[in-house]
Design a protein around this ligand. Structure first.
Ligand SMILES: *[C@@H]1O[C@H](CO)[C@@H](O)[C@H](O)[C@H]1NC(C)=O
Ligand SMILES: *[C@@H]1O[C@H](CO)[C@@H](O)[C@H](O)[C@H]1NC(C)=O
Ligand SMILES: *[C@@H]1O[C@H](CO)[C@@H](O)[C@H](O)[C@H]1NC(C)=O
Ligand SMILES: *[C@@H]1O[C@H](CO)[C@@H](O)[C@H](O)[C@H]1NC(C)=O
Length: 337
């Protein structure tokens, strides 16, 4: 009997020791966001399209694990890897503020498949005006759904605001695309294929600075490394906006700049001459292949918290910082989206 109870104690001790600690911070990404590799791993996991295939049961199971863990209850036998997997599955489907299940096509995991379909079709059907209108409209409708799905819980946007943004975004996108198409009427077929990419680049260069002109005028808050506010800087705003524009254009480049060359030579081949309807699926596939890598890698390019040397700030702000915080050489700011 003694031996039995000893064995029992040993077993329960072992399972206890193997139980996961409750101190893992699952509110934060799993990997260090201070490094490019850590950010890339994080965004590859967040945008993983396989997550849209998960069944309701699998989502519920992940949700249960995460809700329990947040209360300090560890599901027996859970390993650290399983916990992190559950966290990313949970985040992929449930809204961070409201906890509601999100619309399927508004989720991060749907970004790559949706985006590759839209981008691929936009690049295949760029020649006629109705097709351009249709795909610009589809893209903006998709953006509106993403905006709606991703609305913040504590300051919900009204249907009116969403509607206004939808109409003005669609008008702007259609106007840019039609304008560029008209300009490109007389260029070679190869150059013509880059019109969608040029439209994206032009739209980003115009829209983002326009949307954030307040920040350019009045500056954005800059802090020391411990988040103590040191003042506002327009120079920092310039850098933040430049980084956002560059990463948006870089994100679009692999998917929109490589396929045109391939398609242009493919269309001269017998295969596509015989099966012209194959060009849309091929284009979508090519864009998708590029996006699977480009989306997470470009999200990871610049850290959300960006930094800048004090010597590159406005002279007045430099003086102010040197006077009250002489040791500070670098300031930090949020680059925005
Ligand atoms: C939703 O918003 C979060 C930040 O609030 C952002 O990290 C994420 O990229 C957004 N998702 C989409 C699909 O835009
Ligand atoms: C779709 O719209 C978004 C937002 O306006 C834009 O950033 C993106 O480049 C568009 N996609 C294409 C393929 O033009
Ligand atoms: C989505 O939200 C962004 C930022 O709030 C806005 O600039 C954009 O126009 C919106 N897009 C649509 C299609 O509503
Ligand atoms: C789709 O991907 C492109 C990059 O190819 C990016 O510029 C664009 O913002 C994405 N569109 C949406 C709606 O996420």
């Amino acid at each position: 009997l003694k031996l039995q109870s000893f064995t029992f104690c040993l077993i329960s001790f072992c399972t206890m020791a193997a139980e996961l600690s409750t101190s893992i911070n699952i509110k934060e990404p799993r990997w260090d966001q201070g490094t490019f590799v850590g950010r890339a791993k994080h965004f590859f996991t967040v945008t993983d399209p396989r997550n849209i295939l998960l069944s309701n049961e699998q989502l519920e199971k992940a949700r249960q694990i995460i809700l329990d863990y947040k209360k300090g209850v560890v599901t027996p036998g859970l390993t650290e890897d399983e916990l992190w997997r559950a966290k990313y599955v949970f985040d992929s489907a449930f809204h961070p503020d409201t906890g509601e299940k999100m619309l399927l096509i508004g989720r991060m995991s749907a970004q790559v498949p949706m985006n590759m379909t839209i981008t691929g079709c936009m690049m295949t059907f760029y020649r006629t005006t109705p097709a351009v209108l249709f795909w610009q409209w589809i893209n903006q409708s998709f953006n509106a759904i993403v905006n709606y799905t991703n609305r913040s819980g504590d300051a919900p946007i009204t249907v009116n605001q969403l509607g206004t943004a939808y109409v003005s975004a669609t008008t702007g996108a259609v106007a840019t695309a039609l304008g560029l198409n008209a300009l490109a009427k007389h260029v070679s077929p190869l150059i013509g294929r880059f019109v969608p990419f040029a439209a994206v680049a032009a739209a980003n260069c115009i829209n983002i600075p326009l949307m954030r002109q307040r920040e350019l005028k009045h500056g954005i808050p800059v802090t020391d490394e411990n988040d103590n506010r040191l003042g506002e800087s327009s120079k920092a705003a310039q850098q933040a906006i430049t980084q956002v524009v560059v990463s948006r254009i870089l994100m679009a480049s692999p998917g929109m700049a490589i396929p045109p060359f391939l398609m242009n030579s493919l269309e001269k081949k017998a295969f596509l001459k015989r099966f012209p309807w194959m060009s849309a699926p091929i284009q979508v596939g090519l864009v998708g292949f590029c996006l699977v890598f480009a989306t997470p890698l470009c999200c990871a390019l610049f850290p959300q918290k960006s930094s800048m040397a004090v010597s590159r700030l406005e002279p007045e702000l430099q003086e102010k910082i040197r006077a009250c915080r002489p040791g500070v050489e670098t300031v930090y700011f949020n680059k925005g989206l």
